[in-house]
Ligand binder design. Sequence first.
Ligand SMILES: Nc1ncnc2c1ncn2[C@@H]1O[C@H](COP(=O)(O)OP(=O)(O)O)[C@@H](O)[C@H]1O
Ligand SMILES: [Mg+2]
Length: 143
Amino acid sequence: MAEKSGMHMEYDINKEDFNSAGEASSKVKKTLNMLGVDNKVIKRVAIAMYEAEINAFIHGGGGMAVADIYTDKIVIEISDHGKGIENLELAMQEGYSTASEEIRMMGFGAGMGLPNIKKNVDELDIRTGPGEGTDLKMTFKLN
Ligand SMILES: Nc1ncnc2c1ncn2[C@@H]1O[C@H](COP(=O)(O)OP(=O)(O)O)[C@@H](O)[C@H]1O
Ligand SMILES: [Mg+2]
């Protein structure tokens, strides 16, 4: 087991509260800045976590964000109990989106979230399925 540097954060992703969308990512980003983590790593964490958080908000009906900062890695887990992803291979493709017109009008639904997550993480573990919700575990190595 990797040694923990004592940082564990948990946030609700509340689907009713549009103003708070992206808040968990922004708080984790601030904390990583405060801890003096490499800026390039912070950027990757912020992008990937934001996309996963917005997905839980838009597609998953809200859920939870958990961030753990160890001495050698950062682990972010975003989970929801929504409808789940039916075809993950399709969902991972650039430009694929099931977002409604209404969601697109709000500036979401370009279909680049999952591809961008994939590009920015060191490890990605996705658990999802129809009616099973979605759980994304993203790992970023430090040093
Ligand atoms: N948490 C989730 N719950 C259910 N479906 C999801 C979730 N995250 C992603 N998806 C599905 O995968 C598709 C692609 O996601 P993404 O690449 O982030 O594009 P976008 O969010 O712009 O639609 C979504 O349109 C949706 O169908
Ligand atoms: Mg998305």
